[in-house]
Ligand binder design. Structure first.
Ligand code: SAM
Length: 221
């Protein structure tokens, strides 16, 4: 089966069937070629229903989780979005397909460089990859209409809340290093309305407002 067929099946069987309805999200997931974002030895699994290793102990997220998180941002097309945790660049490309402008921050130079050149080669002039500690957000381009964190935080980093516009949404996995709740925060009248929407398992968010060392080796199970 060719990649396009696999991708359309992925959208039908993994994403639509689990209740994702936002047409902008579904169209972006149909269009972006996930197999270009994974290492060569993972290409055959690119449209499977799971995260995949991308090197440096990091992962590209499960397609359904990418769709779910994107849907919770409630994007309409004119937004400026901040993503923390560029990884392969796949989620950033999905955001770039939907939003007007995307800034994505990655702490590993190797991943940032790889994602940046892939995204540029695909023609996304509205997606900007930055190297740095994303737990601090990215102040050069604030404020953002939406913020998406694709690594697990011990708690919501305050700078990310600060860099959001009024009515803006922040989607972030928060909790235990091996299992988190996906939280959606919306800024309202200077405060926040918050809800927990799913159980997820992400790799850790490191940095000043994240974990300072691998938290998964500090716990007894
Ligand atoms: N969104 C990615 C994609 O589409 O491939 C998947 C992200 S992966 C699950 C989490 C990423 O967060 C890793 O690439 C990791 O290096 C990055 N990360 C962890 N802590 C970070 C921090 N403080 N700042 C920026 N990136 C961070």
């Amino acid at each position: 089966m060719n990649y396009e067929k696999r991708r359309l099946r992925m959208v039908d069987y993994q994403i639509k069937s689990r209740g994702i309805r936002d047409d902008l999200v579904l169209e972006a997931m149909k269009k972006i070629e996930r197999h270009l974002f994974v290492p060569e030895e993972q290409v055959r699994y690119a449209y499977n229903d799971r995260p995949l290793p991308i090197g440096l102990n990091q992962t590209i997220s499960q397609p359904y989780i990418v769709a779910l998180m994107t849907e919770f941002l409630n994007l309409k097309g004119s937004e400026k979005v901040l993503e923390i945790g560029t990884g392969s660049g796949y989620q950033a490309a999905i955001l770039g397909e939907i939003a007007a402008e995307v800034h994505t921050v990655e702490r590993h130079a190797e991943l940032a460089e790889r994602a940046s050149s892939l995204i540029a080669s695909l023609g996304y002039t509205n997606v900007h990859v930055h190297l740095g500690d994303g737990s601090l957000g990215w102040t050069d381009e604030e404020p953002y209409d939406a913020v998406l964190v694709t690594a697990a935080a011990p708690e919501v980093p305050e700078p990310l809340k600060d860099q959001l516009i009024e009515d803006g949404r922040l989607v972030i996995p928060v909790g235990h290093p091996r299992a988190q709740l996906l939280e959606v925060w919306q800024k309202k009248a200077g405060g926040f309305v918050q809800e927990c929407v799913a159980n997820v398992a992400f790799v850790p968010l490191y940095g000043e407002h994240g974990w300072d060392k691998d938290p998964r080796t500090n716990f007894n199970y």
